[in-house]
Design a protein. Structure first.
Length: 141
């Protein structure tokens, strides 16, 4: 009887060990399957990130080319503005010279005007003197 009981216990233990072994085997298969799925997903994500990085690098290259082109255009505009500034400085100098000449001419015209006023005053005095002394009237033109 004791022998039967030991055999029964051994069979029971053996069946439980077999169940554990099957469960362990099924768990390993499930872990392997999940690991394979995760590896596939990770591979897909890596590929997607590589495509995104390549696209970003391409866009960055295009942006850098655009910035370089704009920088060149700004350099050309700076050169043109420098040339225009030089031309404006030259024109300003010429206008200053013309302004000085006009001031000189204005002074000369003022001098001539004063002289003419003086001559007119003297002529009017002479006329009045002539009319008083001789008794004749000077005709107006």
């Amino acid at each position: 009887m004791e022998q039967d009981r030991i055999e029964l216990l051994l069979e029971n233990i053996l069946s439980k060990v077999e169940l554990l072994s099957e469960g362990y085997h099924l768990l390993n298969q499930k872990i392997d399957r999940v690991a394979a799925e995760l590896n596939q997903k990770i591979t897909k994500l890596d590929q997607k990130l590589d495509r995104i990085a390549a696209d970003l690098y391409q866009k960055l290259d295009v942006t850098n080319q655009r910035i370089d082109a704009m920088d060149q255009r700004l350099d050309r505009m700076d050169q043109r503005l420098d040339t225009m500034d030089q031309r404006l400085d030259t024109m300003d100098q010429r206008l200053d010279g013309m302004d000085q000449r006009l001031d000189t001419m204005d002074q000369r015209l003022d001098s001539v005007s004063r002289k003419l006023d003086h001559v007119a005053d003297e002529l009017a005095a002479h006329r009045a003197d002539t009319e008083i002394h001789r008794g004749y009237q000077v005709a107006e033109h």
